[in-house]
Write a protein that binds this ligand. Structure first.
Ligand SMILES: C[S@@+](CC[C@H](N)C(=O)[O-])C[C@H]1O[C@@H](n2cnc3c(N)ncnc32)[C@H](O)[C@@H]1O
Length: 327
């Protein structure tokens, strides 16, 4: 196995690119430009799932243009303003609004390269044409990553295509790392973006879910032993600055599989680097707290009495929902 390229891509000089609100870091933007400008051969399309207001799109499109061989950038998004979006931009939009026109205006300079697909991920469909780079920034949980791999997997070219995943290193989205681990026979880790949460894999063997999903595809069904072995392998190739971002995901994974004591132990055993402390402190004030109150307490963030009541109510609601589903 070759070592992944680990970089913040500081030496990449960007052309003038319009500044728009976005959720990708500066190093991730430089990475996306580098990827599209220098790592494509034209063997297939560039696909982005999760464009939001176009920051990542602009860097991919600018890279394609720099490469100078034309090419296609297909952008998939629901373009429906989410309840958490208003805090991230001051556009006059309210939850539920269609924001596609803002995206279109932001990326207008590259409209000759871009095809826009407004769709929810669960309805996502692809023509079957080869895909050389699949950049994922919408799927964060099992159902969405499953649909993306179902739809695009058969179009990925073994030995050539790249899957780049934003938030792979964001530990509440640990399902991404677990699912890529389940595909380990088909993937090789090739890029780790420092000062960001993106990593990328080379596809080395065909991925076709229409035949069979890997036996361990659903990480919610893993045993604690499977989780331990997998997380050892997931974390081992990562440099310390990337590893510290993802490492708490192992505790969340154990917790969601019902291994609460092991999860609390895993959280308590974290090295608790300054990055981990800051990130966990921030998340302890967010809705993530409600799903893992004991883990935040184990990390030294016990939550407020109001949060603990909300967490209890959420547990009751989740339990009822599961009962109804079981019917
Ligand atoms: C993290 S943002 C993408 C950020 C963007 N790449 C950037 O550079 O700023 C995630 C995007 O995925 C879209 N998204 C999330 N879940 C989705 C779903 N289930 N179906 C369709 N789009 C979805 C959202 O509308 C949002 O635009």
């Amino acid at each position: 196995m070759t070592e992944p390229l680990v970089s913040d891509f500081h030496d990449i000089e960007l052309p003038a690119i319009r500044s728009v609100p976005g959720m990708t870091s500066e190093s991730e933007c430089r990475y996306l430009f580098w990827l599209a400008s220098s790592q494509l051969t034209g063997a297939g399309a560039l696909v982005e799932v999760g464009s939001w207001l176009g920051r990542s799109t602009l860097h991919l499109a600018a890279g394609l243009r720099r490469a100078g061989r034309g090419g296609e950038l297909h952008c998939f998004d629901g373009f429906t303003w989410a309840p958490s979006d208003p805090g991230k931009s001051d556009l006059p939009l309210k939850p539920g609004d269609n924001f596609q026109s803002y995206f279109e205006a932001h990326v207008a300079d590259y409209s000759d390269l871009i095809s826009i697909h407004r769709t929810r991920i669960k309805k996502l469909a692809w023509s079957g044409r080869p895909v050389e780079v699949l950049f994922l920034d919408a799927p964060k949980k099992l159902p969405e990553i499953t649909r993306c791999i179902e739809a695009f997997g058969p179009s990925l070219i073994p030995g050539r295509s790249i899957i780049a995943i934003q938030d792979y290193l964001y530990f509440p989205a640990y399902a991404l790392a677990a699912c890529m681990h389940a595909l380990r026979g088909c993937l090789e880790l090739i890029h780790v973006v420092l000062d960001g949460s993106t990593v990328a894999f080379r596809v080395v063997a065909p991925i076709d879910f229409s035949k069979n999903k890997p036996d361990d595809w659903n990480p919610n069904r893993w045993t604690p032993e499977q989780i331990d072995t997998a997380w050892h392998q997931i974390l081992a190739p990562l440099p310390a600055k990337a590893r510290e971002r993802l490492e708490p995901g192992r505790a969340l994974h154990l917790y969601n599989c019902g291994a609460k004591a092991a999860a609390i132990e895993a959280m308590s055993a974290l090295p608790m680097t300054p990055f981990q402390r800051d990130k966990i402190a921030g998340l302890s004030r967010s809705h993530t707290y409600l799903s893992f109150p004991e883990l935040f307490a184990a990390a030294g963030f016990p939550g407020t009495p109001k949060q603990n009541l909300q967490a209890k109510a959420k547990r009751v609601r989740d339990g009822l929902r599961n009962l109804l589903r079981a019917d």
